[in-house]
Design a protein around this ligand. Sequence first.
Ligand code: SF4
Ligand code: SF4
Length: 444
Amino acid sequence: MSRQETYSFFKRDYCTECGDCLVKCPVMQLSPPEAKREIRRLINSEKTKHVLTKCTTCFSCNIYCPQKADPYELILMRWFERYRKNGLGQTMKLLSPNHPRNLWSALWKKFPEDEKKRIQSWANPQKSDLVIIGGGMTSFVPYITQSKILENVTFVGTGDFWTSGGLYYQLGLFDVVEQAGRRVEKQLGKVGAKRVIPFYVGEYVMLKKILPQKFGIRFNFQVQPFEEWLLERIKRGEVKLKSKVKMKVTLHDSCWSKAAGEEFFETVRNLLSATGVELVEMKHHKENSLCCGFGAGAGRYSMLDIISYAGKRFKEAEETGADALVVHCAGCLWIMSVAKELLGVKMPIYHVFEVVQLAAGEQPLHRHSERAWDIIGTVLAHPIANIVRTGKGYWIAPFPPEIEDRTEQLEDKTMLSKLITPLLKRNSVKKLISKTFRIILSLR
Ligand code: SF4
Ligand code: SF4
């Protein structure tokens, strides 16, 4: 059986080629005739006019398909074929934890001491029945987990958890996903976890659904989304909310929340409701939610696509008249924080856990702006080939059989980075970068 056949998750026999998935797609909204033509192009492995460059890998089409044919996985398959043939854009080296200069290893060097220690403990966890997965996304912003509410809970997993395969699944890198799944199975086996609570809902979906159902990787522990676990603790009185948070907020539903199941949308809303905030919905929410911008990079591996798309999401958030944007996904948090700085957006962002902290009488560390500039500096410090599209392909190296402790290698050695990082502490430089970025985006 070929690799393509092994990973053939689209249910071709169910598909009637009706095109509904692409008519309803919140990004493309194709006309019915064009949607039918486009789905046939996808099925026949022909060049598409829209989908393979514009899709934001948001999962909605699987919900829209009346036949449950999983058209999203058809798109992923075509991207998998593209990856096998041409590799990834050079940008993606930054998001490959086994590349020597990746975003995780470069960023950790810049973390304050409290976060460095936190990450070290996630990389070397104690044995525990219950563990929270920090993992690939949360380890860009580990400060959001620093709270009395999470004291005495064991966290596991840094960048080398490969987001339990989640990020790479969204790009259709099926062989990478399978290796990531096996690695996580080994790592969680070592800590002896019986209950696993991923902080990032993408990892919940991977461990609960995608890895067991599509890749045959079965785990012998229970998995529960962090938001649901936290809400249960609040209901049982284990987390005491002392006062109502007086804020009007709008909620960004992440792409992964659509794959988590309908009940997840309500769980996050119930969590917010428990804090006392007033929620106003954006035009696109729940199953129709737009991507934070991250997924917009999947089609062309372009950073500019990501920031430009995040700008659209902010515009919709601002139109609600809310005081703040709330996200529940650590990936959405750092991508939108970067976009906020580069686009000069005024609306503040909170992670849903920060809102719970406020209701519990805690002051969250809220280092979003500093972290965003750390990320911007790291990306700018890498060769220009890392931030623009390039014809040269990059293939992720096979995973080593043993799990190495990469926290020993947390170093950003590039000269450019050493020069750029102090410069980025200056407000005038930040303003200049942000202004330049907006000019570049307006010229596209
Ligand atoms: S995947 Fe579903 S919605 Fe899309 S064309 Fe096929 S049957 Fe219709
Ligand atoms: S994943 Fe989202 S953006 Fe892509 S085709 Fe499906 S609905 Fe459209």
